[in-house]
Every structure is written in structure tokens, then in C-alpha cells.
Design a protein around this ligand. Structure first.
Ligand code: COA
Length: 131
């Protein structure tokens, strides 16, 4: 396996397709056209030009959120998510130490090794409006 890692955005079609392929919720492609270029940082992994993994950081630099960490099912279990998170942490390390870095995750094993913790005295909340 030879995977190219680049700090660039996926296309809207690639992004929407990878979310669905990985079982993440479907995103509105029209909203994605506006939203993706506003990313603070993005990393894409490609094999033979095909998008096989990605991750993004969004936010304003004071508060940022790690989002859209996804590896295509055919490429899972080969350490690609670690490659994605290593690039993301390189970007996070360029931000001021005061910047608050959050994420919402279905899993904790991926993020704990990069220093993320479940806060003791804070409750993360989200509003799901699509059922
Ligand atoms: C979660 C996901 C990104 C992981 O990607 P992946 O490339 O298959 O994961 P990796 O192969 O890089 O595994 C990362 C590490 O976790 C370990 N790991 C894998 N599965 C694990 C599990 N169930 N429990 C504990 N550790 C696990 C691996 O051994 C590896 O350890 P290492 O970095 O020390 O070698 C991928 O499964 C995915 O896209 N899932 C669907 C979308 C999703 O859930 N995204 C995250 C939203 S929060």
C-alpha cells in the first residue's frame, strides 16, 4: 500500500461519498460547497488518486474542532487514521496554546493517544435535527 498524504481538501463529491461509505451521517452537498473551503485545515489520503481517508479542523483559531476523520472501509485497520491524526496534530501545534481544541467522537481509542481526554466537569452537547 502506497498512500499519498496531502494537506488539501477533498472535492465535495469525494467528501460526501466518503462520509456515507464510512457510515457517518450524510452531509448536504450544497452546504459542503460553502463549508469545505472554510476549513482551518484538511488532510487527504489517496491511493492511486482515489480518496481513501481524510480529516479536517474547523473553527476560528480561538476554538477549533476536529471533524470528519474517516478511512474508507477497504483501507481500515492499516494505521491510516493515525497518519491523519498526526497531520492534524502538526497543524494544532501551530495554534496558540490557549486555543481550545474539541471533538465529538463515537470512539475514544483513536484520540486518547494524541492527548484528548473526556473532561471531568464539562458536558459536551449536540443538537441533531435530522432524526
Ligand atoms: C475510526 C477510523 C477512522 C479508524 O481508522 P483506521 O485507519 O481503520 O484505524 P487505524 O488502523 O489507524 O488504527 C488506529 C490505531 O487504533 C488501534 N485500534 C484500531 N481499532 C481499535 C479498537 N477497536 N480498539 C482499540 N484500538 C484500536 C489500531 O491498532 C491503531 O493503533 P496504533 O496507531 O497504535 O497502531 C475508521 O474505522 C473509520 O473511518 N470509521 C468510520 C468513521 C468514524 O467512525 N470516524 C470517526 C468518527 S469519531
Amino acid at each position: 500500500m502506497s498512500v499519498d498524504v496531502a494537506a488539501v481538501l477533498p472535492t465535495v463529491d469525494e467528501y460526501c461519498g466518503l462520509r456515507i461509505a464510512t457510515g457517518l451521517s450524510a452531509m448536504d452537498p450544497v452546504a459542503a460547497v460553502d463549508a469545505l473551503p472554510r476549513s482551518r485545515y484538511a488532510v487527504t489520503l489517496r491511493e492511486d488518486g482515489r480518496l481513501v481517508g481524510m480529516g479536517r479542523v474547523v473553527g476560528d483559531g480561538l476554538h477549533v474542532q476536529v471533524v470528519d476523520i474517516a478511512v474508507h472501509p477497504d483501507w481500515q485497520g492499516q494505521g491510516l487514521s493515525r497518519m491523519i491524526m498526526e497531520k492534524i496534530m502538526e497543524f494544532v501545534d501551530t495554534l496558540p496554546a490557549s486555543t481550545i481544541v474539541n471533538l465529538f467522537a463515537d470512539i475514544d481509542w483513536l484520540y486518547q493517544k494524541f492527548g484528548f481526554v473526556v473532561p471531568e466537569h464539562t458536558t459536551g452537547m449536540s443538537l441533531r435535527r435530522n432524526g
